[in-house]
Design a protein around this ligand. Structure first.
Ligand code: ADP
Ligand code: MG
Length: 240
């Protein structure tokens, strides 16, 4: 679904991603872990071209994406993203948030977009909040709206950047449950998270990053219980 070859990204003098080789297969759930500053967000942002790589290749569904030649809005439709801070439009209702992109970007009629949008709100358990404004919702509900909004573009892959890090602890579970359901339906996902329980239960593979490099990757049981690299061991013992 996504393949990355020798990806490098610098911000000025700061070399943030160093020869990253990485791939995600269809319906695979990959959890990306690593210390703050290791480059996780930058990697996700390079995958949907919110950041531009300096060198290397990004292939989506076997097609190399050249940002100078592609319509990046089209590419971004395939790659949905959910952020730590939900970034909902505050002046739009819940359903308005979900409708916006399908109508503006895909040119769907309001009726079409609304039908699909309501089904998505149903799926994330928020059908009854369709006409509320985001300010009336809890953080967990806002994040579920953000997930529905991303899904409204019918992406092929979903990227989650610490989707539960800004939530009160009692609200984390409902968002992880929504993500788990999505995984079970076969969505291809890359998830940056510190929720190791989620990683163990839902991930097919865990990727550990340190200082802009992928240090180790493996199934959760292997990587968490029998890490091979000293770096991975040190990181895991610092968080567990
Ligand atoms: P992580 O998500 O793993 O915490 P990031 O990808 O956010 O790490 O950041 C990796 C490094 O890149 C950090 O040192 C960060 O300060 C730097 N960085 C990230 N975005 C920018 C930017 N837009 N400009 C300059 N430096 C950045
Ligand atoms: Mg980050």
């Amino acid at each position: 679904m996504i393949q990355v070859r020798k990806l490098n990204k610098s911000f000025g003098e700061l070399h943030v991603l160093k020869d990253i080789d990485f791939h995600v297969s269809e319906s695979e759930v990959v959890v990306l872990i690593g210390a703050s500053g290791s480059g996780k967000s930058t990697l996700l942002r390079c995958l949907n071209f919110l950041e531009m790589k300096n060198s290397g290749d990004v292939l989506i569904q076997d097609k190399e994406i050249d940002p100078r030649k592609e319509d990046l809005n089209k590419v971004r439709q395939k790659v949905g993203m959910v952020f730590q801070h939900f970034n909902l439009f505050p002046h739009k209702t819940v359903i308005g948030n979900v409708l916006e992109a399908p109508m503006q970007v895909k040119g769907l009629s309001r009726a079409e977009a609304e039908k699909a949008g309501k089904a998505l709100l149903e799926k994330v358990g928020l059908a009854d909040k369709a006409n509320d404004y985001p300010s009336r919702l809890s953080g967990g509900q806002k994040q579920r709206v953000a997930i529905a909004r991303a899904l409204a573009m019918k992406p092929e892959i979903m990227l989650f950047d610490e989707p539960t890090s800004a939530l009160d602890p009692e609200l984390v579970g409902e968002v992880l449950q929504t993500m788990k359901q999505l995984a079970q339906e076969g969505m291809t996902m890359i998830v940056v998270t510190h929720e190791m329980g989620f990683a163990r239960e839902v991930a097919d593979r865990v990727v550990y990053m340190h200082d802009g490099k992928i240090v180790e990757t493996g199934p959760p049981a292997e990587l968490f219980d029998h890490p091979k690299e000293e770096r991975t061991k040190a990181f895991l013992s610092s968080i567990l």
